[in-house]
Design a protein around this ligand. Structure first.
Ligand code: SF4
Ligand code: SF4
Length: 285
């Protein structure tokens, strides 16, 4: 079962949920796709042993061959090329590595060369697989690293894979979630939390993936999230209470399920609830 953990915005406890779930489920790998700010390693403390560079192909233009016809500039959808003074100027950070400029160039003046945008590190925690991607500082393109991480999931033999998704609802999230069997949407009981949850729900619905909600820092305000979930027919699978001891454990980099039997059992039961959710949704599809 591939479980994606996501939230409409950062700082809602997404990584807390993903790492603790990976810790308590039997045979669960953890994949951190939050490549702009991966921090699952702080909690799972994996032994990392393999490092792989991730590059995208970007154009290199031969000055001898280029006639400055402007065809590549016209075709580039991402404004990564500009024609200035009979020369083509490149903006590598805008280039998506689509390869179109080399295809349309009538002079065969464009050659693709790799440009490194980040790395992927692999290791183990508790005898399980750990994978995370790190986007180079200032790089805007997270999707190629996320796609590489997700494609690596096929090789993982664990029974479950927990994907820690990027925050928000952008194409990075779609890239992380698209092959998942189910999603956990983590939210907080605030008006902002509810607003971002609604966006995440819309996204998951459009992808037709069964989902349940986890309310982090649950308190009296949780009613507004529960009412929304009832109206949307989405189950609330877990409430993590607003508690000083949980916040203190988190700030020390500890797993919140480690010395808390009640929470540990609640997280274990999430696996069973998610399987039921998948079965139920397959009955209706
Ligand atoms: S590879 Fe694609 S995005 Fe990059 S410069 Fe060429 S056409 Fe533009
Ligand atoms: S299409 Fe080829 S020849 Fe024309 S401007 Fe681009 S690189 Fe130069």
């Amino acid at each position: 079962m591939i479980i994606s953990v996501l939230s409409g915005k950062g700082g809602t406890g997404k990584t807390t949920v993903a790492t603790n779930l990976a810790r308590v489920l039997d045979s669960a790998a953890y994949v951190d796709c939050d490549v702009e700010e991966p921090n699952g390693f702080l909690f799972l403390k994996p032994a990392l042993d393999v490092r792989e560079r991730v590059s995208i192909p970007v154009p290199s233009i031969s000055e001898e061959k280029c006639t400055a016809c402007g065809t590549c500039v016209e075709w580039c959808q991402f404004n990564a090329l500009a024609a200035v003074n009979n020369k083509v100027i490149k903006f590598p950070q805008l280039c998506h590595g689509c390869g179109l400029c080399s295809l349309v160039c009538p002079e065969k003046a464009v050659r693709e060369v790799p440009r490194e945008i980040g790395i992927i590190e692999t290791g183990t925690f508790n005898h399980s697989v750990f994978l995370h991607g790190i986007l180079n500082t200032g790089e805007p393109l997270a999707v190629p690293i996320i796609k590489r991480l997700v494609s690596g999931i096929n090789k993982i033999t664990a029974q479950h894979v927990v994907i820690d998704c990027p925050p928000g609802s952008s194409c990075s999230v779609i890239a992380a979630v698209e092959n998942s069997d189910c999603c956990l949407l983590v939210t907080e009981p605030t008006p902002f939390g509810l607003h971002d949850l609604a966006i995440a729900v819309e996204l998951i619905r459009s992808m037709n993936i069964p989902a349940g909600v986890i309310i982090n820092k649950a308190d009296k305000q949780s009613r507004m999230i529960k009412d929304y979930c009832t109206a949307q027919d989405i189950p609330v699978l877990l409430e993590i209470p607003f508690s000083k001891s949980i916040a203190a454990a988190y700030s020390r980099g500890e797993m919140i399920t480690e010395n808390n039997e009640v929470l540990e059992n609640s997280f274990k039961s999430l696996g069973i609830q998610l399987e039921a959710l998948i079965n139920e949704s397959s009955c209706y599809s």
